[in-house]
Write a new protein. Structure first.
Length: 118
């Protein structure tokens, strides 16, 4: 069997007033995942939990993201989370608060039996 990249999903999430980087990251991953229904595993005769998902989150302060909370969003399969510097932090007019924007990329891999193709 060979591990093959099957899908790239992208999303954006925000926390408007709470300055919660994890909340923005979770919303970004949900945005990436909840706009589609993947049937590729079924099409290949594989269980949906055989999906391996690599999640990358981009936020201005990666150290403030709870990776386990982001990983808990995945409905199927196993996953890993890598948080990198990216996204945006936008101050309000008074300079007393910021809006956090997070970006998410989820790459879905499947171990595809030789001779089978998507």
């Amino acid at each position: 069997m060979a591990l093959k990249r099957m899908v790239l999903q992208i999303g954006m999430g925000t926390d408007i007033r709470g300055q919660d980087y994890t909340k923005a990251a979770v919303r970004a991953l949900r945005d990436a995942l909840w706009h589609n229904s993947l049937s590729v595993a079924d099409a290949l005769g594989l269980p949906v939990d055989s999906m391996q998902v690599e999640v990358t989150i981009g936020v201005p302060r990666p150290d403030l993201v709870d990776k386990e909370a982001v990983l808990a969003v995945l409905p199927h399969g196993t996953g890993s989370v890598n948080v990198v510097e990216g996204g945006l932090e936008i101050a309000n007019d008074a300079g007393t608060n910021t809006t956090i924007l997070a970006n998410a990329a989820a790459v879905v891999w499947l171990d595809v039996p030789e001779g089978k193709s998507p």
